[in-house]
Design a protein around this ligand. Structure first.
Ligand code: OAD
Ligand code: ZN
Length: 255
């Protein structure tokens, strides 16, 4: 890393509160297709923003449920990568680290991160479409063909309505508590990492801006340019599974 990262290592060692804000790019190296990449097979002629809505579910529940089941099976078959592991390791080195993710997978948890804030919900928390009570997945785990398939959603045990994925769809609000906690942590931190997110989807995309406004140093980890480039004090161009472990190693050598 260049000279810039020498400063970053100092900033990080001195930081009392760190926020790590992640997106689909963090899970890319675990083989989880990013949201927009996921539209292959059965869903290739759809737009992600078209499928991830309550309207789409109402219109064709089996199409939408099948899509999320396919994604859930991909996640179950995947493992956390070195990027997830490095973020969990960082949490053990700094006095306070808050991890905020837009991802609906559980790879941060499986890497050992505690108390992950899931802004966009989870693939593993289905609930009733009508009465919102938590629901369970059917016992047997479906073998999803590579191209995906339609699957009728289970019925709610209480009211018989279809069960929906526990994710935030377009047009829906984010879980209020999670959003509040995220902004609070962002406004109170010394350093915020934005890792693997296109910074395009609001309100989540505003979190790094809130941190910068409150005086935090913003660090971006992304192989590609994003709208956050101009705000970030440090732009680390590269893959999360390479950049994050190296940064942790170089900041806390000998650990
Ligand atoms: P996107 O798919 O929009 O963006 C993924 C970002 O990861 C891009 O900026 C890539 O350049 C970057 N990337 C790819 N490979 C990477 C790697 N190995 N290491 C680091 N970065 C990498 O995903 P998100 O920003 O997470 O919302 O999308 C935000 C939200 O949009 C999602 O949570 C989802 C979607 O609509 C909902 O479902 C509500
Ligand atoms: Zn119900």
């Amino acid at each position: 890393m260049g000279e810039e990262s020498v400063d970053l290592r100092e900033v990080l060692r001195d930081a009392r509160r760190v926020v790590v804000f992640t997106g689909a790019g963090v899970s890319a190296e675990s083989g989880i297709p990013t949201f927009r990449d996921a539209l292959t097979g059965l869903w290739h002629r759809f737009d992600a923003a078209e499928l991830a809505t309550a309207d789409a579910f109402r219109r064709d529940p089996a199409l939408v449920w099948g899509w999320y089941e396919w994604r859930r099976m991909k996640v179950l078959a995947a493992s956390p990568n070195d990027g997830h592991e490095a973020i969990a390791a960082m949490e053990r080195r700094v006095s306070k680290l808050t991890l905020i993710t837009q991802n609906v997978d559980d790879l941060h948890e499986r890497a050992g991160s505690a108390a992950v804030i899931h802004l966009h919900g989870s693939l593993f928390a289905p609930r009733c479409f009508a009465c919102a009570r938590p629901a369970a997945f059917p016992e047997e785990r479906p073998e999803e063909p590579e191209g995906g398939r339609r699957i009728e959603p289970p019925e709610c045990a209480h009211c018989g309505s279809p069960v929906r994925p526990g994710v935030v769809w377009f047009g829906e609000s984010l879980p209020e508590g999670a959003l509040e906690q995220a902004f609070e942590a962002a406004r109170a931190c010394d350093v915020l990492f934005s890792v693997g997110t296109s910074s395009l989807v609001h309100p989540a995309a505003e979190i790094p801006f809130a941190a910068a406004q409150a005086g935090a140093a913003v660090v971006q980890v992304n192989p590609n340019a994003t709208p956050l480039d101009r705000l970030a004090r440090f732009n680390l161009r590269g893959a999360s599974a390479q950049v994050m472990p190296r940064l942790v190693r170089e900041t806390w050598p000998g650990h």
